[in-house]
Write a protein that binds this ligand. Sequence first.
Ligand code: FAD
Length: 385
Amino acid sequence: MSKTVVILGAGMTGLPLTHYILDHYASRHDLKVILISRSDEFYWNIASPRAVIPNQLDDDKVLYSIPETFSRHPVERFEFVVGVAETWYPDRSSVAVVFENGGKRVVQYDTIIVATGSDCNDNMPWKMVGSPKETRAVLSKVRTDMFKAHSIVVAGGGPTGVELAGELGYEYATTGKKKVTLVMADAQPLDTRLMPSTRLAARKELEKLNVNIISDTKLSRSAANEKGGYTLELTHHNGVKETMHTDILLPTWGIRYNTSFAPPSLLEPNSRLRVNGTLRSPNYDNVFVVGDAANLDSYAARVREAQVRHLASALEKYFPGEDVPEYVAEDKVTMTVAVGRGRGVGQLGNFGLWTLLVWWFKGRHMCTNIVPEYVRGKTLILGAF
Ligand SMILES: Cc1cc2nc3c(=O)[nH]c(=O)nc-3n(C[C@H](O)[C@H](O)[C@H](O)COP(=O)(O)OP(=O)(O)OC[C@H]3O[C@@H](n4cnc5c(N)ncnc54)[C@H](O)[C@@H]3O)c2cc1C
């Protein structure tokens, strides 16, 4: 009888791994692969800061049908289950899935790969918001609100905040059509892991696009006004508070790891799943964890895709019962951040990347050029798979 491999989550790590297992191991090791995910569409959230700008990216450039990409695989090898993993029983090698209609199914497995990733707070479309239909509705609402607005505040100076402020600056602030403000808690944008020169470069790029940057300041309160718009309370680092009004507020902070279905004993205090050196859950040799759900770096293609590539090749040893090789984590800090449709900033290890290189690699299309191949499992962001 064939053995069952369950992949939980059809996102940026689960989807390519499912294709890889089907293409390379399913027939050879007589496997049945069951992909379980909340949604039957894949969301290219990397392009979301541009997708919210009216008339930039159609929804079909960022949302792709998942079942279509697996149509070449026979039913005895592959099944796609659209449902939410509600409870996971690693001791019994099973996971309970609930469906939209309230139905439930318990799926037994021999091996599970957990790749349930993360969601964003505040119902912002930087990740999928509920179903694909709800995500389309949120994208459409943000675009409509943006079209009407005179002032827009982006809250949070991380990569999403910088890319979003860059898109807005490029589209509206440079021409003076709308006022765009970025409020951020640190003195400079982006991550403290990056070199000060990279962070300074991001600030300068945003300033060139006429983005008003309020740094060292926290958005301490926000309230929607009855007649539209928002009243914001900003708290500067010296404790001084300021009130500000804006037509739209776009928060870009706060990530929730999608691990609530897991037994608490498998979780780290940050609610990510604990993993050992072979990307497995300690004490469960048949449980692999990758991507944002794993307690590892996964914020950039170079680190997350290294996990995907490692696991794809480590399974070659795992399926016939051989020792699974250890994963060596990428220790170079990498990041590419598009700043508007013409430029960008980035870092690879201790080297700052040329702005035009970042534009070429990411900013000119937000990597939407590769998504059709990505969803078919033929490429990752950093090349063939
Ligand atoms: C705006 C933005 C821009 C980004 N830009 C980049 C970039 O340029 N380069 C880069 O490398 N990274 C980027 N990232 C980070 C990248 O998006 C994440 O690291 C990546 O999505 C993580 O992949 P994942 O497969 O672990 O999880 P996800 O992509 O989050 O996928 C998780 C999947 O699991 C499903 N799921 C969740 N819970 C359940 C459940 N209980 N049951 C069933 N299914 C479930 C979800 O529906 C989803 O399909 C960006 C992130 C944001 C927010």
